[in-house]
Design a binder for this molecule. Structure first.
Ligand SMILES: [Zn+2]
Length: 308
């Protein structure tokens, strides 16, 4: 029988599950996470969804879970996740393993995203750095075909590299992170600050990224400026990735990446300005191919690579 693995993406809003084999995704299911209810009801919903899924294909050898937040490895405990406050210190790997009767591993969702794109998506097997532009800016580094986390566990946290010295306050507590400029939260904050300063714009108070993109497309100066600023923050991060790792492939994903075409010119310009050690034309920037399937496919790939 063909080998298969189960991948789970525990999101703040939805949980997605997929049955994955060497060729890719065989079947998928999803249910509402209902994060405030905490992990108990979630585990019950997970069992039901997994039963549906497992009826559709081969029995998986193990389950990989993509989780937001800071993970204690290798135990797979959620130490802290802003989107899942009721899950603090929850032993996710152990409890998912028990609920499904499968060996389980947990990894950060952005790292799983990067691994999914590397194995099944836009990475096409090449080493890469991945930026997921969503509520925050997640990052993942795949080097030698493996996720890099390092002894601190913070490897690949590309959203918390410095974009602007002394800049905006980031959710992590530091100032000037890429996330403070290129995430949905960062951009919303920038729109609010522009309103407070009385900047002329077609953007309403409380506008989000979809509105920002629309306004930029119809030529709103502030909207164009904010997306260019986000692009410059990313361009600096791309140049840093090149200097730290020598990687030449960057994948951009996440909901905010729908606005990538409006950020790309400033990102390229900034990257070329910062990256003088090699010809910046050698850096390749691609959009995600897997989208919302990337984290669960990467989580499944992770347990394939690390037999439990
Ligand atoms: Zn930060």
């Amino acid at each position: 029988m063909d080998q298969a693995w189960l991948g789970i993406d525990l999101g703040g809003t939805n949980t997605r599950l997929g049955l994955v084999d060497e060729s890719g995704l065989l079947a998928r299911e999803r249910f509402a996470t209902q994060a405030p209810l905490g992990p108990g009801p979630w585990l019950e919903n997970l069992q039901a969804a997994a039963a549906e899924l497992l009826a559709q294909g081969p029995r998986p050898a193990a389950v990989g879970v993509a989780s937001p937040g800071i993970i204690e490895r290798p135990q797979g405990i959620i130490l802290n996740s802003p989107n899942l406050p009721a899950w603090r210190d929850f032993p996710l790997a152990r409890e998912v393993g028990r609920a499904l009767g499968l060996p389980a591993l947990v990894e950060n969702d952005a790292n799983c995203y990067a691994l999914g794109e590397h194995r099944f998506g836009a990475g096409a097997g090449r080493d890469l750095a991945c930026f997921t532009l969503g509520t925050g800016v997640g990052g993942g580094l795949i080097i030698g075909g493996r996720v890099v986390v390092g002894p601190l566990g913070t490897g690949g946290e590309l959203g918390h590299t410095l974009a602007v010295s002394g800049g905006r306050l980031c959710g992590c507590g530091a100032r000037g992170c890429v996330e403070a400029y290129a995430s949905a939260t960062g951009l919303k904050g920038l729109i609010r600050e522009a309103h407070e300063q009385g900047r002329p714009t077609a953007l309403e108070r409380g506008a989000g990224v979809n509105r920002l993109t629309q306004a930029a497309e119809s030529g709103d100066e502030l909207a164009l400026e904010l997306l260019a600023q986000a692009g410059r923050a990313l361009g600096r991060a791309f140049a840093n990735v090149a200097a730290f790792t020598g990687l030449d492939l960057i994948i951009i994903g996440g909901g905010v990446s729908a606005a990538w075409p409006l950020m790309a010119p400033a990102a390229h310009e900034e990257m070329c300005d910062r990256l003088r050690l090699v010809d910046p034309q050698r850096m390749e920037i691609r959009r995600s191919q897997l989208g919302d399937d990337a984290p669960l496919m990467g989580a499944a790939a992770m347990v394939r690579d690390n037999p439990l």
